[in-house]
Ligand binder design. Structure first.
Ligand code: SAM
Length: 293
């Protein structure tokens, strides 16, 4: 396990993922009944962008940095919510900190809700415990997500969201392990909401990934993508996406408004692009590009 999120915290992919995460939590908060948030690959929860790891890569400049310095006005609701959350963490810790998915989710839990955070790396799991386990609503497990998620669903609340956000070390060439994990967890909890993050580096890999996802037979599933570079640029991470199973009502149209606003903030490249398309169920996408996938 070489991956450490400290080097990447606050980059463009984190910004998009975390803004959409707040959109999903917003959907769950529309009903008073309790929900459970499960983070399968939680990381550390909060990141010091002034520390050496973040300063070595300066990746946060491509994401949070661009968002902070944008002159674009009227951010969509989820972006405004995210900006407020980042400001709240930075005020709380009096410094240049970045909220990971656990912090953002916990910031949006109500007293009746609950969170389960899984992290395999012993050091990161230790930090997570240190930050969060004093909160009664939160359970932190040092555990392998591939075994832990299947064991933990469905949660007793029967409502909730699972964020699956692996580092794509073992899953790098072929995303099939995460598709299998999603399919197994969904079979145990067909009404759960699942969000699966993925990197976009190679168009052919993404095509195969979508084919595998469709073959699971999951009935209601959409994908969101935002690429800051052309999708086949060989330099590295061109974009990222989030597959959402059982999204909340109107998540698709709100995600479109959100990604359309974020794209020019996060990229100046003429071939940068975003998309939101149903992979299964609801309104199948009509654009010619979507027919290929
Ligand atoms: N979700 C976090 C966020 O948005 O702030 C970032 C998570 S980071 C991309 C992936 C994390 O997964 C790393 O902290 C890594 O140590 C952890 N990890 C890797 N393999 C794992 C496994 N099999 N089970 C649980 N955690 C794992």
């Amino acid at each position: 396990m070489n991956y450490r999120h400290h080097f990447h915290a606050g980059n463009f992919a984190d910004v998009v993922k975390h803004v959409l995460l707040l959109g999903l939590l917003d959907g769950l908060r529309r009903k008073d009944t309790p929900f459970c948030y499960i983070d399968t690959h939680a990381g550390v929860g909060v990141y010091d962008l002034g520390a050496s790891a973040a300063q070595r890569t300066l990746e946060f400049k491509s994401g949070l940095g661009r968002l902070k310095s944008t002159t674009a006005t009227n951010p969509p609701a989820w972006v405004a919510d995210y900006q407020k959350a980042v400001a709240a963490l930075q005020a709380e810790r009096a410094g240049f900190w970045y909220p990971g998915s656990p912090w953002l989710a916990l910031h949006h839990l109500r007293p009746q809700d609950r969170a389960v955070l899984m992290e395999l790396h012993p050091e990161d799991a230790g930090l997570l415990k240190q930050y969060f386990s004093r909160q009664a609503q939160v359970a932190v497990h040092q555990r392998d997500a591939y075994e832990g998620l299947v064991a933990l669903v469905p949660p007793k609340e029967k409502r909730g969201l699972v964020l699956i956000d692996p580092p794509y070390e073992e899953e790098r060439d072929d995303y099939s392990p995460v598709v299998e994990l999603l399919a197994k967890a969904h079979a145990r909890w067909p009404t759960g909401m699942f969000a699966l993050w993925f990197p976009i580096k190679d168009h052919q890999v993404i095509k195969r990934f979508y084919r595998r996802l469709r073959n699971t037979g999951i009935a209601k599933m959409l994908t969101t993508e935002l690429c800051v570079l052309p999708p086949d640029n060989s330099l590295g991470l061109n974009g990222s996406g989030l597959v959402v199973v059982n999204p909340p009502w109107q998540f698709d149209s709100r995600a479109r408004t959100t990604l359309q606003w974020l794209l020019p903030v996060l990229s100046d490249h003429p071939q940068a692009e975003w998309r939101v398309e149903w992979l299964a169920g609801e309104a199948p996408a009509a654009s010619p590009a979507s027919d290929e996938r």
